[in-house]
Design a protein around this ligand. Structure first.
Ligand code: FPP
Length: 246
C-alpha cells in the first residue's frame, strides 16, 4: 500500500458562522453555536485520522471590535465548549493548548481554560490549540519584546538573533509549522493568522461555510494536500514534472 503523507499540523480559519445564520433566518449566535458543533466534529475526525496537531482560529485580536453582546456569546460558547469537550479529550487523549493574548479573556473563561490545559497536559494524542485573542502581528511583537528583554539583560547579543531566536519566542514554539491551512466561506485572506508560521504552508480554500464543514470536507482537504508537491522554494523534481506538478 502506498505510504500516506498526512499533514502533521492543520490550521483552520473557521469563517462563515454569521452568513450561515443569516441564510437560515437565525440570529448570529446560533451560527456560532452551529460552528461549535463543527469544531467538535472536526476535532474528533482529526484525532481519528491521526493528525498530530490542529490549530483553530477561534477569536482574533480584531474580534474584540465586535458588539459586546456577540463577544459575550462567543466567550460563553467557549466556556461551554471546554466543559462539553473535556470528556472527549480524556477519551481520545487530546491535549488542549491556547495561543494569543490570553490575559485579555474574561477571568472565568481564562480560569476554566487554564484548568483544562493543565488537566490535559500529559495527553499524547492530538494537540488541539485554540487561537484566542490572537493576532499574528501581535504574536511577532510579543516575541520581539521578549527577545529585546533578553538583549537588555545581556543574555543575547543583537547579532546572535536569527530566525530560530524569534521562532523560539512565539506563543507555542514547540509546535511544528502548519502543513495545511484551511479557510472556509470563500474568503481568500490570511486575516492575521499565524503569519510567521505559514511561510510554506499549503493553502486550501473552500466555499463551504464553517457550520456546514463536514468530516468528508476535511478528508477532501487532506487528500488534496497529499496530492501536492511541497518544494519549499526548491526546483521541481523530474518525477513531479512527469506527473504534471511543474
Ligand atoms: C467567523 O464567523 C467565526 C468566528 C468569529 C470565530 C469562530 C468561532 C466559532 C467557531 C465558535 C466558537 C469556537 C470555539 C472553539 C468555542 P463570522 O461571524 O465571521 O462569520 P461571517 O463572516 O459569515 O459573519
Amino acid at each position: 500500500m502506498e505510504q500516506r503523507k498526512l499533514p502533521k499540523h492543520i490550521a483552520i480559519i473557521m469563517d462563515g458562522n454569521g452568513r450561515w445564520a443569516t441564510l437560515q433566518g437565525l440570529p448570529r449566535v446560533l451560527g456560532h453555536r452551529a460552528g461549535v458543533e463543527t469544531v467538535r466534529r472536526i476535532v474528533e475526525a482529526s484525532s481519528e485520522i491521526g493528525i498530530r496537531a490542529l490549530t483553530l482560529y477561534a477569536f482574533s485580536s480584531e474580534n474584540w471590535d465586535r458588539p459586546s453582546n456577540e463577544i459575550g456569546d462567543l466567550m460563553h460558547l467557549l466556556d461551554e465548549f471546554i466543559e462539553l469537550e473535556l470528556p472527549t479529550m480524556r477519551k481520545n487523549s487530546i491535549r488542549l493548548r491556547a495561543i494569543g493574548r490570553l490575559h485579555l479573556l474574561p477571568e472565568t473563561t481564562l480560569v476554566r481554560l487554564q484548568r483544562a490545559i493543565q488537566e490535559t497536559a500529559q495527553h499524547d494524542g492530538l494537540t488541539l490549540t485554540l487561537a484566542l485573542s490572537y493576532g499574528g502581528r501581535q504574536e511577532i511583537v510579543d516575541a520581539c519584546r521578549r527577545v529585546a528583554a533578553e538583549v537588555k539583560a545581556g543574555a543575547v547579543e543583537p547579532q546572535q538573533i536569527d530566525e530560530s531566536t524569534l521562532a523560539a519566542h512565539l506563543y507555542a514554539p514547540d509546535l511544528p509549522d502548519p502543513d495545511l491551512l484551511i479557510r472556509t466561506s470563500g474568503e481568500q485572506r490570511i486575516s492575521n493568522f499565524l503569519l510567521w508560521q505559514i511561510s510554506y504552508t499549503e493553502l486550501y480554500l473552500t466555499q463551504k461555510l464553517w457550520p456546514d464543514f463536514s468530516k468528508q470536507d476535511l478528508l477532501d482537504a487532506v487528500e488534496e494536500y497529499e496530492r501536492r508537491e511541497r518544494r519549499f522554494g526548491r526546483r521541481a523534481t523530474a518525477e513531479s514534472l512527469a506527473n504534471g506538478n511543474g
